[in-house]
Design a protein around this ligand. Structure first.
Ligand code: NAD
Ligand code: UD1
Length: 340
């Protein structure tokens, strides 16, 4: 299939491009580079062994720009990663988050239907479950109250895409609810490249390991979990990338609306992650215990059985692979893409 990948220069998009090409698909990237560097696409092309990945530096809110891309290419489907994703920033700048993520998706979907491309895979998040009503979380678990505007954009866009598919059943919509993506391509050539202070656990750990930050702050050790620290379902980004290739099968089977959790089904605590990182990589991670982060929940992990049953997709990488590949990327690229 020929795929439009919005946000393809970013962390998950760049890894997904590799798995798409490995599976025999081709792709065109649209990205405004607001949170990425085109160096990622140069490295993806090297890894795949092609001259270049077709790329348009276009904002998905720019209707004319998108029209030009759709006039130039015929797409079988769109994998829609483009969006702003920093939780804290979304609390400070809600208008910017709603405008970018929601207006952008509305323009994208409108241009898609005008060009008769009605197949979309959307990057959603476990954040739509709020404080989950059940653990492990199945897709039947009711959506909950999000604690920030970023989370609401995901929850609202799920509803928008669901309603569009209901009104016009010739659409195929796949909502993928990611748990906690970590790790990097095993080559160490591409990985996560956060701007400023990382919000998420794994990039914070790797920046401590490489000497950029003195120590990790662990946000609370008094949760009702085995060691008191928060438990999450960390998933290797290459497994997550392959989940998108599998989701294309749902589109080929004319799924209508389909929702899948993409997680491993295993919950690891913050201390589990720190200990695994130290053991596998032989690096010490100093840490202090701090107060809880507002909006955090104790435990969140998936039941990923539906994706296995219906798509034949299952995460293959374990915690040791995740911490090894996260460190490999950071070690080889201490300043991310900015140094080369
Ligand atoms: P990322 O920031 O690395 O990638 C997103 C890309 O979208 C960036 O390259 C950015 O430049 C681009 N972009 C943003 N707004 C755009 C616009 N208006 N027009 C064109 N391009 C635009 O993030 P990521 O971690 O790769 O996440 C990809 C998607 O998955 C996002 O939608 C994110 O919300 C979602 N998601 C991520 C996580 C995670 O932990 N990384 C978890 C759940 C869901
Ligand atoms: C965060 C986002 C969520 C997003 C998810 C996946 C928040 C409130 N939520 O969730 O919307 O979908 O990432 O990208 O940010 N931790 C520390 N110290 C740190 C960083 C994190 O102890 O410096 C702890 C957290 O308290 C948590 C765990 O590590 O228990 C994971 O945190 P994080 O990586 O931010 O992911 P989530 O909290 O799951």
């Amino acid at each position: 299939m020929h795929i439009l990948v919005t946000g393809g220069a970013g962390y998950i998009g760049s890894h997904t491009l590799i798995e798409l090409y490995k599976a025999g698909h081709t792709a065109v990237v649209v990205d405004n580079l607001s949170n990425s560097n085109p160096e990622s696409l140069r490295r993806v092309a090297q890894i795949i062994g092609v001259d270049r990945i077709p790329f348009h530096q276009t904002d998905i809110r720019d209707r004319e720009g998108l029209e030009a891309v759709f006039t130039k290419h015929h797409f079988d489907a769109c994998i829609h990663f483009a969006g702003l994703k920093a939780v804290g920033e979304s609390v400070a700048k809600p208008w910017e988050y709603y405008e970018n993520n929601i207006s952008g998706t509305l323009v994208l979907v409108d241009v898609m239907r005008k060009h008769d491309c009605k197949n979309i895979i959307f990057s959603s998040s476990a954040t739509v479950y709020g404080d989950p009503a059940e653990i492990p979380i199945t897709e039947q678990c009711p959506k909950g109250q999000c604690t920030n505007p970023y989370g609401w954009t995901k929850s609202m866009l799920e509803q928008v895409l669901t309603d569009i598919q209901k009104a016009d059943p010739s659409w195929n919509v796949v909502l993928l609810r990611y748990f906690n993506p970590v790790g990097a391509h095993p080559s160490g050539r591409i990985g996560e490249n956060p701007n400023g202070t990382p919000n998420n656990l794994m990039p914070y750990i790797t920046q401590v390991a490489v000497g950029k930050r003195p120590q990790l702050g662990i946000f609370g050790n008094d949760y009702p979990t085995p060691d008191g620290t928060g438990v999450r379902d960390y998933i290797h980004v290459v497994d997550l990338a392959n989940g998108h290739v599998s989701a294309l099968k749902a589109i080929e089977c004319v799924c209508g609306l389909a929702i899948y959790n993409l997680g491993t089904g295993h919950g690891y605590s913050v201390l589990d992650m720190v200990n695994a990182f130290q053991r596998v990589n032989g690096v010490t991670i100093p840490y202090t215990i701090q107060s809880r982060r507002p909006g955090d929940i104790a435990t969140c992990y998936s039941n990923p059985a539906k994706a296995e049953q219906e798509l034949g997709w299952k995460a293959k990488f374990g915690i040791d692979d995740m911490v090894r590949d996260s460190w490999n990327w950071q070690r080889l690229n201490p300043d991310g893409y900015n140094e080369n």
